[in-house]
Design a protein around this ligand. Structure first.
Ligand SMILES: [Zn+2]
Ligand SMILES: [Zn+2]
Length: 259
C-alpha cells in the first residue's frame, strides 16, 4: 500500500491537490479542491503525469473561489462524483450536478476505492467548511489549508497523521505593515480567517507526539508571507532544518510526495 500526493497549486491564486492510494492493482485518485480554470487544471494534471479521466472523485472543502474553481464543469465533463458539505452546496447556489453530488459532513467516513476519507469542520468564514484526512489503511495524510485557528476538534481529527499539508498563510508583521485595507487584515488574522506561520507551527508541534513526521507549508499569501519565513517557523516545531520543509507554491504546487 502506498499513499502519495501532489499539490497542483496553493494560495489565493487557486488550490488543488491530488491524493493517490495504491493497493495492489487498484489505484485511486482523489482531487481535493479545484480552484483553477479547467484548462490550467488539466495542464497541471498533465505535468503530474495524469489525465482528468484518472480522477475518481472530487472533494471540495468550501465555496471560496480559490477552491471551487472549475469543479462543476470538470465533474460534469468527466462524470466524476463530487463531494461537499450541504452548506458549501447551498453557498454555490445548489447547481444541478446531474446525480454526481455526494453530501458529506463532519465525522462521516467516506470510502473511495482504495482510500478512506474523513472530513471535519474547521473555523473559517465559509458556510460549512470542511478539511479532511485521507488514508490507505496504513498511512494517514492530513489536509488543513483554510482556518483561522486550531480548535480541539481539529487537533483530535488530525492526531495520527504522518504528513500534513498545512496552511502557513501569513507572517503577522508583514500582514500588519502591508498594504491590505484594515478590514481585510482583521479578517485574515481573526479566528475565522487564515493561519499565521506561528499558529501553524503550534499545530505541527502539538501533532508530533501522535506521529507527525512531515509538514508541507501551503496556502502562503503572496503579499504577506515568504517561503523562508514559513520554513523558519515550522522547522523548530518539526525538529528539522528549514530547507527540509517543503513549500507548495501558487504556480507549481509541490512534487509528488509520499505521505
Ligand atoms: Zn477559504
Ligand atoms: Zn483558500
Amino acid at each position: 500500500m502506498t499513499l502519495r500526493f501532489k499539490n497542483l497549486g496553493s494560495g489565493s491564486s487557486g488550490n488543488a491537490t491530488v491524493v493517490q492510494a495504491r493497493e495492489g492493482a487498484q489505484v485511486t485518485h482523489l482531487l481535493i479542491d479545484c480552484g483553477l480554470g479547467i484548462r490550467e487544471l488539466c495542464k497541471r494534471l498533465g505535468q503530474a503525469g495524469m489525465l482528468a479521466e484518472h480522477i475518481d472523485a472530487i472533494f471540495i472543502t468550501h465555496e471560496h473561489a480559490d477552491h471551487i474553481g472549475c469543479a462543476r464543469s470538470l465533474a460534469l465533463r468527466e462524470r466524476i462524483p463530487i463531494y461537499m458539505s450541504h452548506g458549501t452546496y447551498m453557498a454555490i447556489g445548489e447547481p444541478d450536478l446531474e446525480g454526481l453530488l455526494n453530501i458529506v459532513a463532519d465525522g462521516h467516513d467516506i470510502a473511495i476505492g482504495a482510500m478512506h476519507v474523513r472530513p471535519f469542520t474547521v473555523p473559517h468564514d465559509a458556510r460549512e467548511p470542511l478539511q479532511l484526512t485521507c488514508t490507505d489503511g496504513a498511512t494517514r495524510l492530513g489536509v488543513l489549508t483554510d482556518l483561522g485557528r486550531a480548535s480541539d476538534h481539529v487537533l483530535q481529527e488530525l492526531a495520527g497523521c504522518a504528513t500534513l499539508l498545512l496552511e502557513c498563510n501569513h507572517d503577522p508583521v508583514m500582514l500588519e505593515t502591508g498594504s491590505y485595507p484594515w478590514p481585510l487584515k482583521r479578517r485574515i488574522s481573526g479566528g475565522w480567517g487564515h493561519l499565521a506561520n506561528e499558529a501553524a507551527a503550534a499545530i505541527a508541534l502539538a501533532l508530533r507526539d501522535s506521529g507527525l513526521k512531515q509538514v508541507i507549508a501551503a496556502h502562503l499569501s503572496e503579499q504577506n508571507n515568504r517561503p523562508e519565513l514559513a520554513r523558519a517557523a515550522l522547522a523548530p516545531a518539526m525538529g528539522c532544518e528549514p530547507h527540509e520543509i517543503h513549500v507548495a507554491d501558487g504556480s507549481n504546487g509541490s512534487g509528488w510526495l509520499t505521505a
